[in-house]
Design a binder for this molecule. Structure first.
Ligand code: A3D
Length: 320
């Protein structure tokens, strides 16, 4: 059987890390695409030269031509610009929307059967636009955010309790960013909900609230430490987990920005929800009952996503 092919659109901080992880995990051959000449070629060669040391077999190449992504099984999109000082969110939307238009056309032409994972920010709007521009099936275009947000939540909890991260599960809903909704009653240590752990005295409600807030601010915390650029190791690891679940038909239950058609009362938007990822792409959206507070937080988050999508529609009126 031929190796899978993974195309990475954007060979910056996350793109390079994705290529390295895909190689180490032998997920397939990797093509790095970027408009910055030399960057994808240089990263591809550098990682290829690490393969004899780590002992993995994967072909890596860099390109400025969409033709090279032909027949990709998975496409992961990180192309775009980050928000710079003085730039409004709408300015960022405008620039990255144009990037999504080019990327969507490239994918539609050369990799229409791929499973597409978008990481470019503002995530929930960019994945929505990428699906429109590429016109790929909605269950084959998905956004990475929830795996990262829940990984951050899991890390903070495991650190607090001094237990293995493997035994901590976390459940987050909603848009990526300040309005994400970490659900404490569905987040557990070895099956024990956090709400019970508060009663058991493992942490106070105040400490839990602080961890929830730190999770919401997780991206900003890394930006303020790094000073230039944003997180890339954990975002790359998260997208690779989604790609692996698709390529190996693992049917992992992972929180992703998925297209909703009525689930959680949302129609025609992308929003973070638990999904099942297998060979069919997003095979299922898991819908749970929310209590009043949770519903209110989710509605607030959905309003933020709607605002971003409306900004896209103001810029590109044909994106109805
Ligand atoms: P960076 O290192 O700047 O890489 C972006 C790459 O995109 C650069 O190499 C650019 O040359 C390239 N690029 C720009 N325009 C185009 C184009 N038209 N076609 C192809 N390539 C292009 O950024 P990064 O890798 O650190 O982050 C990438 C994106 O991910 C940004 O939008 C971040 O905001 C976003 N991000 C999202 C999350 C989520 O959880 C959703 C987390 C972290 C970063």
């Amino acid at each position: 059987m031929a190796r899978n092919k993974i195309a990475l659109i954007g060979a910056g901080q996350i793109g390079g890390t994705l290529a390295h992880l895909a190689g180490l995990k032998e997920l397939g051959d990797v093509v790095l695409f970027d408009i910055a000449e030399g960057t994808p070629e240089g990263k591809a060669l550098d990682i290829a030269e690490s393969a004899p040391v780590d002992g993995f077999d994967a072909k890596l190449s860099g390109t400025q031509s969409y033709e090279a992504i032909a027949g990709a099984d998975v496409v992961i999109v990180t192309a775009g610009v980050p928000r710079k000082p003085g730039m409004s969110r709408d300015d960022l939307v405008e620039i990255n929307l144009k990037v999504m238009q080019q990327v969507g056309a490239g994918i539609a032409k050369y990799a229409p059967d791929a499973f597409v994972i978008c990481i470019t920010n503002p995530l929930d709007a960019m994945v929505w636009a990428l699906q429109k521009f590429s016109n790929l099936p909605k269950n084959k275009v998905v956004g990475m955010a929830g795996v990262l947000d829940s990984a951050r939540f899991r890390h903070f909890l495991a650190d607090k309790f001094d237990v293995s991260v493997k035994d901590v599960t976390a459940f987050v809903l909603g848009g990526h960013g300040d309005t994400m909704v970490p659900l404490t009653r569905y987040s557990t240590v070895a099956g024990i909900p956090l709400t019970d752990l508060v009663k058991m005295g493992w942490l106070t409600q105040e400490e839990l609230d602080q961890i929830v807030q730190r999770t919401r601010d997780g991206g900003a915390e890394i930006v303020s430490l790094l000073k230039t650029g944003s997180a890339f190791y954990a975002p790359a690891a998260s997208a690779i987990q989604m790609a692996e679940s698709y390529l190996k038909d693992q049917k992992r239950v992972l929180p992703c920005a998925a297209h909703l058609s009525g689930e959680y009362g949302v129609d025609g938007l992308y929003c973070g929800v638990p999904t099942v990822i297998g060979a069919g792409g997003i095979e299922r959206v898991v819908e749970i009952d929310l209590n009043g507070d949770e519903k209110a937080m989710l509605d607030h988050s959905i309003d933020a996503v709607k605002g971003l999508v409306e900004a896209c529609q103001r810029i590109s009126p044909d994106l109805a």
